[in-house]
Each structure stands twice: as C-alpha cells, then as structure tokens.
Design a protein around this ligand. Structure first.
Ligand code: ARG
Length: 579
C-alpha cells in the first residue's frame, strides 16, 4: 500500500519524533501488515525498544494514540502487541478511487529516466525455436511493454544466433538440397529437420566436413556468394520466426534484429581492448581471460575463452562486443538479458570481464533476467509426442483451437469471425499468461487444461472478469466514460476491498518492473479479479437500490475493467469485450 504509506508518512514522522525517534529511521520498518485483518500497514516497534528503553507495546500505544487523531481522515490506527497498525478508511479509499477515475494511466507515473536494452527472444537460424525461446519472447515482451509505459527509452534487441562455425555445414547442406528446396523447407518451419540432416552428414561424411570448414572460412572472410547463401538461411528462418511473433502478438519487428553477425566487426576490438588492459592470456593456443572466482571440477581456475586456437571467436566474445555496442553506441544504462537459467554462469563471467575491462562502469546495470525450463506434466522437458522439439506454430495453433472449443461450449452465441478473434485472444493469452504468472526463475509445467481454465490464476479468468464488466455496461445502457464523473461511496466491505486492490495498481507495476518479475503483476491482477467477483456477488450494480449507489458501483466496475485491461496489455495480452 504505497499510496497509504505516502499519506501517513508526515503524521508518522511527527508521532515518532514525539517519542524520540528522529529522522526517517522508522521508514524502513513500515511495511504491509502480515495479517490482512490487522490492517494495511504495520510499524513494528520492537526494533525501537532498545534505544528508547521502553517496551514495544508501550511505544506502540503512545504512537497510536498520537497518530489516530492526525490520521482521522486517512486510516484507522490501532496498537496490537508492539505493532502500530493502520487500515485505510473507506472514505480515504473512495477519494483515491475518484482521483483514479479521470486518470487514463490509473496512477502509473511516467519516469523517462533510463535507457534500456532488452535482449530477448534470440532464436537460432536454421534451428527450431524451442519453448525456451517462447519464454524469452513472452517475458521479454512484457518487460519491454512495462518499461515503455513508464516512459523509458527501450531498445529491443533480438540477438538471433546467425553466425559461427555451424553455418559452414548449413550452407553446404543448402547447396546439396538446392537453394529452392532448402528455402521451401525452412520457410514452412522445418528448421529442425534441416539442421539435423546437416548434422548427420557432418558426423559421417569427411568430404562434407572439409567443404563445411572451407565454407566457414569463406563466410568469415566476406565472400559474396557465401554471404548470399547465408542470407537465404537467415531470411527463410526469420520468415518462420516472424510467423511465430505474429501469432504471439509481440512487439518484435525486423528492425529489432541484432543477430550475432552484427557484432562481427567489433570482435577484434574486444580482443585489442582486453590485450591493452593486460587481461588476455594464452592457454593451449587460445586467447583467454581469467575473471577470477571460477574454478572447474578439477579445482583449476576457469577462463572465458575469447579467441580459439584456430582464430574463431566465441559466444562470450560476441556478448562482450554487445556490451560495448549497447553502452557506447546506444548509451544504455540498463542491459537486460532475458535468457534461460542454464546460461547463468556465462553471463556472470561476461559481466565480470566487461566490468574489469571497463566496458561498463558503476553507472551501468547488467542483469541476467533468467528463467526456468518448461516441463510436461511428468516433470520432463516439454517435447512433442514423437519426442521431437515442439514446433511453436503448432503449439500456438493448438492453443487457439482449444480456446475456440471452450468458447463454443460457454458462449454458443459468439460466432464467425468474432469467435475466431476471441479464440485467438484467449488461446494465445493463456499460453503467455501461464508462462508469465509463474515466478520466472522456476520451471513451469505446461498444462493445457490448467492454463485454459476459466477459474484460478489464468488469463481466461481475468479476461472473463473484464468481459463481464463490459457486459454490465452494455446492459446498463450507460456509457463507460460517463461513469467516470460518479461520486464513489464504499459502504460494503466488498466495495472497500475492491478499492483497496485498485489503489495498488501503480505500486505493483513499479514493483514488477523493479524485479523484472511479471508474475508479481499477474498475482495482483488475479487478486483484483477475485475481489471483483466477491463484490459482484453481494453488491448488485444495475439493480442497486438507488442511482447514487448504482453510479458509484459502475465507477468501481469501470476502474476494475480498465485496470485488468491495462494490466493485461502490459503483459502483452488482449482483453476481449465479450467471450
Ligand atoms: N541464441 C541463444 C540461444 O538460443 C540466446 C542468445 C541470448 N542473448 C545473448 N546476448 N547471449 O541460446
């Protein structure tokens, strides 16, 4: 309850200085009440007991008695076993609601203070995008939307894997298939088949290996014909990735592609700068850096390999080049990497070396926004029935067709193109929400029935709450916008509870962004929708006894719908008006 904390701060400061606690020493103590029934905020007086040589209960009693009259318009104050508890008054909450009504941003402030690069999605050319890329795409997109909404400058960086030694083999395979056949195979998304066939030949055919090696050299040296063939691989793969992005409705465009190949020219610069810093060492012919603090299983110090003995650069080298580019060309403050947890050590080492080498300084904030794996219900990594990597387009199509079935059962009146559109919003929304609502560092279980359920912490549940409110307005014959002039009264506890949730939206959004944890926003939206359900159960809206109550409740409905809709939008999920 950040709003309430701000409202009580001056009175609290005065009351505490009255008992001899100066400055803002108390500010860190103030927090949400652990037991919801006790209030919204609590100040434990136990840590003050030592300095003041009084019992916590004694301090809490005195502070509460001074505080109560000065907060009479804001909160109920009580002293319970050494805690000062504060509970927002319905009248104060009502005033907050009326402040939010005309506000399109629902209390979310614009900060415009940071420049942020968000590295996300990053599939690999000529390889199927796997569910890990789906997670990166969905989580990254939500973070990008929230940062943008706060007014920050955001660079979406799709660090596509489009360079490196496998491309020799992939290009030779392309030639074997003929360009046209290869392009056809890739563009329909049979990326995995393509990659595997190339691998099989590479593992069994020596002349193919020799051709592939030779091709890598041609690629690295900028041979035009080789680059043309390479472009076919990249373009056809991107065509497939774009189909997935289109289905997902994410913000990524071709303009956001910053594949590994874009950093090629900076790789020698990385080497030079590391050498100039005296950080580069030779190890078995390779150029490496020892960041310190990392040992392998044998207890030997672990290096970051910068340039291999054959002159090839590494994944880490490209990431160091990326840091130089994002810091120096884009002038970023924050560098976010939405990448799976298995790459944790890679990023820790890369960040460490980048700091040691002065590629970034104290003003820069590099964060590995890591995430866990997607599992099936048996706790194994999600695969298709045949044990293959799941094709994302198939997965997303299935989501939509399952959603369409659910709608056909629940709302048979919805037909034709509208039903299709709503099915897409619900199906895709479900997949995204299931991913976003799990704490990202945890693995999550992909479970169709659970993610598409209309009950529980799911997107259909939130979308349904929103659609229900739209239907209340349709039936009332009252315009949404005119509900915003109402005077709000919170007579019923369910109305006050709903308002208590609504007032928190802006603070929750900020908290979500501070930890790059979309699940925080999801948990909040679910609790908001649940308190709306309780409200609607006991508080008739259209059939309220009098016009003033009806208008007050319609205004609460409007705020709830807008909060759900904005919240879902920040997560990249649509809110249909009927479903
Ligand atoms: N292409 C990589 C993969 O599929 C992810 C790249 C992540 N971004 C980065 N800057 N390293 O694992």
């Amino acid at each position: 309850m950040r709003k309430l904390a701000e409202a009580v701060a001056p009175a609290l400061e005065a009351a505490l200085s009255g008992v001899g606690v100066g400055g803002e020493a108390w500010a860190d103590l103030l927090g949400p009440a652990t037991v919801e029934q006790h209030g919204d905020l609590a100040l434990p007086c136990h840590p003050l007991a030592g300095v003041l040589r009084r019992s916590p209960k004694d301090i809490a009693d005195e502070v509460a008695s001074v505080l109560a009259p000065s907060l009479s318009d804001v909160a109920e104050v009580s002293s319970v076993s050494g805690f000062v508890n504060m509970r927002a008054k319905p009248s104060w909450l009502a005033a907050q609601m009326m402040g939010l009504l005309p506000d399109d941003r629902l209390g979310i402030t614009v900060e415009r203070t940071r420049t942020v690069a968000v590295d996300y999605s990053a599939p690999n050319v000529a390889k199927e995008m796997h569910v890990g890329h789906l997670r990166s795409t969905v989580i990254g997109d939500a973070i990008v939307r929230m940062l943008g909404h706060k007014g920050h400058i955001v660079y979406r960086e799709n660090h596509v894997g489009d360079w490196g030694t496998p491309f020799g083999m992939l290009i030779e395979h392309l030639l074997d298939l003929s360009e046209a056949n290869a392009a056809a195979e890739l563009s329909v998304g049979d990326l995995d088949g393509f990659y595997k066939q190339a691998r099989v030949k590479f593992n069994s055919d020596e002349t193919f290996v020799a051709r592939s090696r030779n091709r890598v050299v041609l690629l690295q040296s900028g041979d035009e014909e080789t680059l043309r063939l390479w472009r076919i691989l990249v373009d056809e793969s991107m065509r497939y990735f774009n189909e997935v992005y289109g289905m997902l409705g994410v913000l990524l465009t071709d303009g956001d592609i910053m594949g590994e190949s874009n950093y090629h020219h900076l790789l020698p610069v990385v080497v030079e700068r590391l050498r100039a810093q005296g950080m580069l060492e030779e190890s078995a012919g390779a150029q490496v850096v020892y960041p310190g603090g990392w040992v392998n299983r044998e207890g030997e110090p672990m290096p970051l390999i910068i340039e291999k003995a054959d002159g090839a650069y590494n994944y880490a080298t490209t990431d160091l080049a990326c840091i130089i580019d994002r810091v120096e060309r884009l002038d970023c403050d924050d560098l976010l990497y939405v990448v799976g947890t298995p790459q944790s050590q890679h990023f820790k080492m890369v960040f460490q070396v980048a700091e040691q080498a002065g590629f970034m300084g104290d003003a820069h904030n590099a964060v590995h926004v890591n995430f866990g794996s997607v599992m099936d219900s048996d706790g194994k990594i999600l695969k298709s029935r045949e044990g293959e990597v799941i094709k994302l387009v198939d997965l997303l199509r299935e989501a939509t067709s399952r959603a369409e079935q659910a709608i056909a059962e629940k709302n048979p009146e919805l037909q034709g193109t509208e039903r299709e559109a709503v099915a897409r919003m619900i199906g895709i929304g479900s997949v995204k929400y299931a991913d976003l609502s799990t704490e990202r560092s945890k693995d999550y279980v992909f479970d169709w029935d659970r993610m598409l359920a209309f009950e529980g912490n799911t997107s259909p549940y939130l979308q349904y709450a929103h659609a229900r409110i739209c239907s209340i307005f349709r039936r009332s014959g009252i315009e949404r916008s005119s509900a915003r002039d109402a005077s709000i009264t919170l007579a019923q506890p369910e109305e006050a509870l709903l308002a208590r949730r609504l007032v928190n939206f802006a603070a929750v959004t900020d908290d979500t962004l501070a930890s790059y944890s979309p699940h925080t926003l999801c948990t909040y939206l679910h609790s908001l929708a649940s308190s709306f359900a309780s409200f609607y159960e006991v508080c008739p809206v259209i059939a309220a006894g009098d016009d003033a109550t009806r208008d007050s409740r319609l205004a609460l409905c409007d705020l709830t719908a807008r909060t759900i809709c904005t919240g879902l939008e920040l997560l990249g999920i649509d809110s249909p008006e009927r479903m």
